[in-house]
Design a protein around this ligand. Structure first.
Ligand code: ATP
Length: 307
């Protein structure tokens, strides 16, 4: 029987995203507070016929078709890059693989969709190579180290939960989970925003703030208090590139969100609600207006193997 491995990884929102001045290495230092959501990418990896290389199939019905079509299926897909890098790290040839990606995270939406795929692929490859080639399984920290080479958000998608991200966002300090459940409504846009373009606009606007100490955030005791701490230094840049976003934020708060904010580099908007019922009620209103609105809970597990 052919080897089949299933793995998944969560989306993220940045509850706080503080961005510093562009550094000489070409990156912006960030001070980020990540929260994993129970919106998961699911990956299935099947051993391919010898000599067939890597083939990637992407599907999903909860996000617009345009999002699915925007995901490359060639060597530029992050999952393909992950397979090549992981095998290289083990000193092995890249295996022949058929990879199925079930996408639930809006693409180019500032929610780490590609990074979640890479994080799921790392745990899947770890298992595949152990089963097929007898390699030793790497630890979560070792997987996160390889993940950092693939993208700044990959390590967080491996750890999940709630964490601080410093450096480029790839240096992860796990925090204790919040003491209450957070309920989110995510509004995706039909068009994506390129992360480098948002950062370039941020540079033009000069809208960065000083970094603050975020470690005490686990101690907040209500969604109201959490909402008052949410902040995103990239929000003004996203608004200036896509002015409709600021109207959408205002609309969500009028409809009862405790706080609505652009997620990371956008254009997805993450809105925090007091209850799951309220988030669902507002999602129905928005869906009837043609908006892609997804409800989700905060505090999900990082990448893992699924049975
Ligand atoms: P982040 O929040 O980490 O900045 P994002 O969620 O805004 O990222 P992604 O969904 O990761 O953005 O997609 C960014 C671009 O990466 C896409 O436009 C697509 O061309 C490319 N890409 C490569 N591999 C993938 C993948 N597996 N899933 C989604 N996009 C991918």
């Amino acid at each position: 029987m052919s080897t089949i491995i299933r793995a998944s990884a969560p989306a993220k929102v940045n509850l706080v995203f503080e961005v510093g001045q562009l550094a000489a290495n070409g990156y912006h230092p960030v001070n980020s507070l990540f929260l994993a959501l129970d919106l998961r990418e699911e990956l299935t990896l099947v051993k391919g016929e010898p000599g067939t290389g890597i083939s990637i199939y992407v599907h999903g019905d909860s996000i617009p078709e345009a999002h699915i079509n925007a995901v490359p299926t060639d060597h530029s897909n992050l999952v393909h890059k992950t397979a090549v890098l992981f095998a290289k790290k083990l000193g092995k040839a890249t295996p022949d693989l058929q990879i199925d990606i079930h996408k639930r995270i809006p693409v180019a939406g500032g929610m780490a969709g590609g990074s979640a795929d890479a994080a799921a692929m790392l745990v899947a490859m770890n298992e595949f190579m152990a089963q097929e080639h007898g390699t030793e399984r790497l630890s979560i920290n070792e997987l996160a180290q390889i993940g950092a080479e693939l993208g700044s958000d990959v390590p967080f998608c491996i750890y999940g939960g709630m964490a601080l991200g410093t450096g480029r966002g790839e240096i992860i300090t796990p925090l204790e989970d919040l003491s209450f459940q957070t309920n989110w409504l995510l509004c995706a846009s039909n068009k994506g925003l390129s992360t480098p373009t948002v950062f370039a606009t941020f540079d033009e606007l000069g809208s960065g703030t000083a970094f603050t100490d975020l470690k005490d955030i686990s101690a907040v005791s209500s969604a109201e208090e959490l909402g008052s701490r949410m902040a995103n230094d990239l929000e003004q840049a996203a608004f200036s590139l896509m002015p409709s976003l600021s109207e959408q934020v205002a609309q969500l708060e009028e409809l009862g969100a405790i706080r609505a904010m652009v997620s990371g580099s956008g254009p997805t908007i993450a809105a925090l609600f007091e209850s799951e019922a309220k988030a669902r009620e507002v999602s129905k209103v928005l869906i009837s207006q043609g908006v892609v609105a997804l409800t989700s809970k905060g505090g999900a597990q990082g990448s893992r193997l699924d049975g």
